[in-house]
Each structure stands twice: as structure tokens, then as C-alpha cells.
Write a protein that binds this ligand. Structure first.
Ligand code: PEP
Length: 247
């Protein structure tokens, strides 16, 4: 039985004051969650959030990392740097990185490898656009995106987390139906099984307008092992409610 993971993606939101209020609120209401919980925060706030989360059950995550190890890459943050701040998980290949920063499947695979080499779990995001879904290409797109990561990191693929995030559902208020989500998760599970004998322990998260109202139904699906939560992760009550749904 896979333990579920609820990961918050703060995106480019927050401030010193807002982060403190959000994390203190979460810690006050969390109790002993039945699932793993993490927050992926903007890099400039890693030190602040590391201090606020010290000794807690909430893991610290980042939203991106460099595909390079070190050197002349102005503006980039390496896996080793993230590790120094206690980062346990990092998003790679989020659709906003693919869309606005033109990240390719090959770059996403390299980033996943950098994270793994530093003992950080990459949360590998895959997902189709609305046009791709309407063209009947959903399975082909998500399998291609995941295949790049599998081929580059085959020997340690069981150490990744996968997040299926249909691009048309991110930040739009539109959620994939439980059937649509489960169907894609099953496709991804089959692909992982073909690549690794340990595939059944890999968590596959759903992301895309997950909220307090729809989380329980999504999380009840056999291949949905948690959620990657954007907007609702910025509200204490909503995020706590989603965490409770994963019990
Ligand atoms: C995300 O940013 O990964 C996400 C799923 O956002 P939202 O929950 O706001 O759709």
C-alpha cells in the first residue's frame, strides 16, 4: 500500500510575512497526518521555510533546479544548493516551466537526474494540453514525457514521484473527472511497471485544480497516490482539508 503524498506548489507567491502565517497555520492544524505532506516554495524563501518547518512532519520542497551541476549558469540553483537547505523534493517539468521557459523532455530528464544524484526526490510533472487531449493524444504525450525521464534515469526510476497534471486543468478551476484522471494514471503505472520491478511503490500524484471539495473522490482512485496542489495550497483551511482527505 502506497502512503499518499500531498504536495503544495506555492508557485511565485508568498512573502516573509505570508509564508510565516501560512506555515504556522498549517503546523497548528496538522496533527499527525496519515499522508506525507510537503510544500514547494520559491527558492529565496528556502532558508526561512527550513527554519519554520524544523522538526515538523512537513517536508520542504523546491519548484525547479538547474540541469547543470555547478559553474557559470547565472541565475540558476543547483541540486547541491537545494540539499544544503534541507530540500527533500523538487518539481521538475512543471507545465509552466515547459510552456514559459521552453523546457524540453531532455532537460527535464537531466534535472531529474541531478536531483536524484543529490538524494532529492524529483516530482516529475507530465500532462497534455487541451488541444492534445482533443486530438486524442493524451496517452502519447504523457508517455513521451515520462519515457525521457525513464530512459535517462532507468536504474533509479523507483525513487521518483510522478505528477499527472493536465495543463488545461491547472489554475483554471477545471478538474479532470475521476475517470479521466484514473485512466491516465493507469497508463503511467503500466509504463512504470514495464521499466521497473519496483514500480508499485512509485507515487503518482494528480494535479489540476484539486481542492477541498474534489480531493476525496480523486484520492479514492486506485492509482491516484496523492495530489500536487497549487492555488488551494495557499489557504490553510483548504490545504488541511485536502490533507485530511488523503487519510
Ligand atoms: C500546480 O501548480 O501544479 C497546480 C496543480 O495548480 P492548481 O492546483 O492551482 O491548478
Amino acid at each position: 500500500m502506497r502512503k499518499k503524498l500531498i504536495a503544495g506548489n506555492w508557485k511565485m507567491n508568498g512573502s516573509l510575512a505570508a509564508n510565516e502565517s501560512l506555515l504556522k497555520g498549517l503546523l497548528a492544524g496538522l496533527g499527525s497526518p496519515a499522508c506525507h505532506v510537503s510544500v514547494c516554495v520559491p527558492s529565496v524563501y528556502l532558508a526561512q521555510c527550513q527554519a519554520l518547518l524544523a522538526g515538523s512532519t512537513i517536508n520542504l520542497g523546491a519548484q525547479d533546479l538547474s540541469q547543470h551541476e555547478a559553474g557559470a549558469f547565472t541565475g540558476e540553483v543547483s541540486a547541491a544548493m537545494l540539499r544544503e537547505f534541507g530540500v527533500r523534493q523538487v518539481l521538475v517539468g512543471h507545465s509552466e516551466r515547459r510552456q514559459y521557459h521552453f523546457e524540453t523532455d531532455a532537460q527535464v530528464a537531466l534535472k531529474a537526474g541531478r536531483a536524484l544524484a543529490c538524494g532529492i526526490t524529483p516530482i516529475v510533472c507530465v500532462g497534455e494540453t487541451l488541444a492534445e487531449r482533443e486530438a486524442g493524444k493524451t496517452d502519447e504525450v504523457v508517455k513521451r514525457q515520462l519515457a525521457a525521464v525513464i530512459h535517462a534515469n532507468g536504474h533509479c526510476i523507483s525513487e521518483i514521484v510522478v505528477a499527472y497534471e493536465p495543463v488545461w486543468a491547472i489554475g483554471t478551476g477545471k478538474t479532470a473527472s475521476t475517470e479521466q484522471a484514473q485512466q491516465v494514471h493507469a497508463v503511467l503505472r503500466a509504463q512504470l511497471r514495464a521499466a521497473s520491478e519496483h514500480a508499485d511503490r512509485i507515487q503518482i500524484l494528480y494535479g489540476g485544480s484539486m481542492n477541498a471539495a474534489n480531493a476525496a473522490q480523486l484520492l479514492a482512485q486506485p492509482d491516484i497516490d496523492g495530489g500536487l496542489v497549487g492555488g488551494a495550497a495557499l489557504k490553510v483551511a483548504d490545504f488541511l482539508s485536502i490533507i485530511a482527505s488523503a487519510g
